[in-house]
Design a protein around this ligand. Structure first.
Ligand SMILES: Cc1cc2nc3c(=O)[nH]c(=O)nc-3n(C[C@H](O)[C@H](O)[C@H](O)COP(=O)(O)OP(=O)(O)OC[C@H]3O[C@@H](n4cnc5c(N)ncnc54)[C@H](O)[C@@H]3O)c2cc1C
Length: 429
């Protein structure tokens, strides 16, 4: 081969490489453009990669404020009809933005109060299915009155069960929340206690239909078999996906007859989901753990996972109600907030209208938890800084946020559910 033809060959190879590179880049940009055009990703994320860090808790391309949805279908999901799924379609029939599996919707239930002019009841409900283009699903458990107490049963859940019918309209805020499944293909352990199964259903439905054989373990704790939700669905998924392992824990002693191999796909255990069970069943792998359930479950499992050596960044949890889970690292994080201004003096929180005050210390949780521990009645919805129900005026002092609120509180106010005091603070409440 002559020197000239060698030179030509090298030039052709370089040109080919440039062509391939430009084509790939063009294809990538075209995909992004198409996604933006279809509204399936936020332009803020694409145009400003830094922004993606800030907006990961928001559903991509979500709407602002309330949107009207119509109930398309209602379906009971358990033997005793205590859990009902609501399939919701937008009244405007426009495509729905996707959400991150594990996120929730916020409902503003107007017209459910017998008292005219009373404030609407605001409640959050986790999305219980994988994202769909034209409908969302939530699954709501009736909240009965606590045993032995002369109080009314849960307002919103019973209203949804008894009054809201197919064709009813509901005011709904966009999907939000910090608790959602990561998009990697890494192995995960999902732990749901009682109605805490709902975000897990969304996560596993999405992962099993969209990801490539990701290893998923589901530990589902209930008191007895009658409380199991969507058992048939779980069995169908476990049958179809060898990478999906289902373990059901029944804590009532009289469930004993149920223990044992009921099907080859689901294994049943007597007792609660506890660290002993996880340690005995899980192979040694770097799992991410997602836990949602009643307060005692979170308060025992989260520290137990930490003690087992699971990294803080691999433990994700959500509570549907007041729950203070003391985390080693969380305590250290909130410590920083108080220490900025008060290295030696105590941080005093005063609730002006209630006439109550208390010292706050790092590790004690949010201002909402502090108020509740003092018996101050506060309306709250999401407990994650997204619904705005607990917004309160700050009369003096300053607060910090251990978790950044998803909505901006009005100037001079704070969201108690995610706020901790930065200095001694006086709140309007
Ligand atoms: C992020 C998030 C996601 C959620 N996802 C789901 C979900 O997927 N499914 C679901 O079912 N729930 C979910 N919840 C819980 C839901 O938001 C409601 O808290 C739940 O439905 C109860 O609301 P309620 O209005 O029916 O009960 P409430 O009216 O809030 O009452 C709660 C309980 O307190 C009792 N009570 C009332 N008055 C008193 C009193 N004076 N003293 C003592 N007790 C009293 C009631 O009888 C009832 O048992 C979620 C919550 C959050 C924060």
């Amino acid at each position: 081969m002559s020197f000239l033809s060698l030179l030509l060959l090298i030039a052709a190879a370089i040109l080919l490489q440039i062509f391939v590179y430009v084509s790939i880049e063009f294809w990538r940009l075209w995909q992004t453009y198409e996604a933006l055009r279809n509204g399936s990703i936020s332009s803020e994320i694409v145009l400003n990669p830094e922004a993606s860090l800030k907006v990961t808790q928001l559903a991509p391309s979500a709407w602002i404020g309330n949107r009207t949805f119509t109930v398309e279908r209602k379906e009971h999901e358990d033997a005793l009809a205590q859990v009902c799924s609501f399939y919701l379609v937008p009244e405007d029939h426009k495509p729905l933005p996707p959400f991150f599996p594990g996120q929730f919707l916020t409902f503003q239930l107007e017209g459910m109060s017998a008292i005219k002019g009373a404030k609407p009841v605001i409640r959050c409900y986790s999305l219980s299915d994988a994202p769909h283009l034209n409908r969302y699903r939530i699954s709501v458990k009736r909240a009965p009155a606590p045993l032995g107490k002369e109080v009314s049963p849960g307002l919103a859940s019973n209203y949804l069960h008894d009054v809201v019918e197919v064709g009813s309209s509901l005011q709904v805020r966009a999907p939000a929340g910090h608790f959602f499944l990561d998009r990697s293909e890494g192995p995960v352990v999902l732990i749901g206690g009682g109605i805490g199964i709902t975000p897990m259903l969304s996560m596993l439905n999405w992962s099993l239909s969209s990801q490539n054989n990701r290893e998923i373990w589901l530990f589902y704790g209930v008191r007895n078999p009658s409380e199991l939700v969507m058992l048939q669905h779980l069995e169908t998924l476990a049958t179809a996906h060898p990478n999906f392992h289902v373990h059901i824990c029944l804590s009532d002693l009289n469930s004993e007859g149920f223990i044992g191999p009921r099907s080859q796909w689901i294994q049943y255990h007597q007792g609660q989901v506890d660290i002993g069970l996880l340690r005995s069943l899980l192979p040694l792998k770097p799992y991410h753990y997602y836990v949602c359930g009643p307060t005692p479950m979170l308060q025992s499992l989260v520290p137990a996972l930490e003690d087992w050596g699971v990294a803080d960044s691999r433990i994700h949890f959500e509570s549907f109600g007041p729950a203070s889970v003391s985390r080693k690292n969380h305590a250290m994080a909130t410590q920083g907030a108080a220490q900025t201004k008060h290295d030696s003096q105590p941080v005093v929180v005063t609730f002006a209208n209630s006439g109550k005050k208390a010292d706050w210390e790092p590790g004690m949780g949010s201002l909402l938890e502090l108020a509740e521990s003092l018996g101050i009645a506060i309306d709250s919805g999401c407990r994650s800084g997204s619904c705005g129900t607990c917004q309160t005026i700050i009369r003096s002092g300053a607060v910090a946020y251990s978790t950044a609120p998803i909505i901006d509180p009005e100037a001079g106010s704070c969201l108690l559910c995610v706020a901790t005091p930065q200095t001694s603070v006086t709140l309007e409440l």
